[in-house]
Ligand binder design. Structure first.
Ligand code: HPA
Length: 274
């Protein structure tokens, strides 16, 4: 059965996509920033235009950062890139549809490549704090999907999306060619907001996870559903539970902002590979 209101959701997405194109123009690449990383946009390139999401009625409002966020047109290595600051999370009480709203708008507004960035805990001792890790694959451990009830772009069967190459191997190999020594890892995405227990981290390691975080996995699925090529980059902000005996939220935020510049060559290479 289709979820009530599904058509309205897609009408709203298309409206926002039209606004984005009208206000900021077309962007073949979109980059979603980790929470609180608006400063990364400035490191990536000059901003040509800015659209506060508060000016888009119906845009899901993030509750964690002080401001609602904005969409920026940033020229990154010669490519007009739509940079999304102000992501929503399940742990804020948003549903999966809200969490993927920005990514869907970006793709409906013309992005054919979506680059997802996040802060992550590291399950591998060799991925130290400040390391940028290219995502090779993901474990969606959120227990939900943005595609539940979403058979809305034409054929209802399109919800059965192939994720065999979710994080594009074509982009990954181009990025690794450009950024020497770049490690790859598998990201486990959880609801949060609590950090994990050491036992959970041992279990995720046994499942094949290298990184753990509270975002990205639903956005990657939604982008693939709309036919975009997906790339992902984690910035390690802390050793995961059990690899350290304490995780402090403020320290996680601070170590992210301190090492943001490590993401710049990787995100730039993702855009260049698009
Ligand atoms: N766990 C979950 N999410 C995170 C972490 C972590 O250790 N670090 C940054 N985001």
């Amino acid at each position: 059965m289709r979820r009530a209101g599904n058509d309205q959701v897609w009408d709203g997405l298309r409206d926002h996509a039209r606004r984005v194109v009208h206000e900021l123009g077309e962007h073949p690449v979109a980059v979603v920033l980790g929470t609180g990383w608006a400063g990364l946009a400035d490191l990536l390139g000059p901003t040509a235009g800015r659209l506060p999401v508060a000016s888009l009625p119906g845009w899901p409002q993030p509750t964690v950062s002080g401001h609602a966020g904005d969409l920026r047109s940033v020229r990154i290595a010669g490519t007009d890139t739509l940079v999304v600051a102000g992501r929503c999370h399940l742990y804020e009480g948003h549903d999966a549809t809200d969490v993927v709203h920005a990514v869907r708008v970006a793709v409906l507004a013309g992005a054919r490549t979506v680059v997802l960035t996040n802060a992550a805990g590291s399950i591998r001792p060799e991925f130290g704090v400040g390391t940028a890790v290219l995502l090779a694959d993901q474990l969606n451990l959120t227990g939900t999907s943005p595609l539940i009830g979403t058979g809305a772009v034409g054929d209802p069967d399109d919800r059965f999306v192939d994720l065999c190459d979710l994080y594009s191997s074509r982009i990954r190999s181009a990025v690794r060619d450009e950024v020497g020594g770049l490690p790859e890892g598998i990201y486990a995405g959880l609801v949060g907001p609590q950090f994990e227990t050491p036992a959970e981290i041992r279990a995720f390691a046994a499942l094949g996870a290298d990184l753990v975080g509270m975002s990205t996995v639903l956005e990657a699925i939604a982008a693939a559903h709309l036919g975009a090529e997906v790339a992902g980059v984690s910035l390690v902000t802390n050793p995961a539970a059990g690899l350290t005996d304490r995780i402090d939220h403020q320290e996680v935020l601070d170590s992210g902002t301190r090492s943001l510049e490590h993401l710049v060559p990787v995100v730039t290479a993702c855009g260049r590979a698009a």
